[in-house]
Design a protein around this ligand. Structure first.
Ligand SMILES: NC(=O)c1ccc[n+]([C@@H]2O[C@H](COP(=O)([O-])OP(=O)(O)OC[C@H]3O[C@@H](n4cnc5c(N)ncnc54)[C@H](OP(=O)(O)O)[C@@H]3O)[C@@H](O)[C@H]2O)c1
Length: 172
């Protein structure tokens, strides 16, 4: 391996080649990734930037199902509700990214800022706490120690089903 290691912990396909459908080319790539997994060179294999229908197609033909799905998570799609439901049913870890940057207008709404004020938390903390509440593995793109500490501290915030419903509804 060019990385100079015997194995990697996880190895993700950046995404299917087309916006729609799971192509022969995608299947060929997935077979190669399955072979790397079988050879213990990639402990977990996964896929990113995938739609619900593409994930179903991949699961239909995979010999080894993805252990991880990593998607940009938009509030306007119910925070990727369909893909998350498939992941939950199939025991796949769902990693959400761009939780802040993909949802700037929604996160500026009074519903969210009021909730943050009531929780004595920041808006990023509310979003990350929500994401954990609904079972996501949260990716943050912070480049600062202070924000990383703040983002990690979100784990400790009390959060209930009513708070989650507020976040679920911010897009309409
Ligand atoms: N699979 C893919 O195709 C793909 C594509 C893109 C990204 N990713 C992954 O997703 C990760 C996150 O993506 P992203 O950068 O779009 O995510 P993001 O977490 O939505 O946005 C990062 C931005 O939010 C700010 N931020 C983070 N925590 C904050 C806080 N507590 N208070 C205020 N601002 C805060 C950061 O600023 P500061 O730096 O100032 O904290 C940065 O400007 C990346 O690191 C990458 O690993 C994957």
């Amino acid at each position: 391996m060019h990385l100079g290691v015997t194995h990697v912990d996880s190895y993700l396909l950046h995404g299917p080649e087309l916006d729609d459908g799971w192509t022969e080319g995608d299947q060929e790539v997935w077979r190669a990734m399955e072979a790397l997994h079988a050879a213990e060179r990639a402990r977990l294999i996964g896929v990113s930037n995938i739609s619900a229908s593409q994930l179903v197609a991949l699961l239909d033909c995979a010999q080894i199902a993805p252990a991880i799905v990593q998607n940009r998570c938009y509030a306007r799609t119910g925070w990727d509700r369909e893909v998350r439901a498939i992941c939950r049913d199939r025991g796949i870890a769902y990693q959400g990214f761009s939780l802040l940057t993909a949802n700037r207008s929604e996160l500026a709404s009074a519903k969210v800022t009021d909730l943050a004020a009531r929780m004595r938390a920041t808006v990023p903390q509310v979003v990350f706490r929500f994401a954990m509440h609904v079972g996501m593995m949260v990716l943050t793109g912070t480049s600062t120690r202070m924000h990383m500490e703040e983002d990690l501290a979100a784990r400790e915030l009390p959060f209930d089903a009513a708070d989650a419903a507020t976040l679920e509804r911010i897009s309409g």
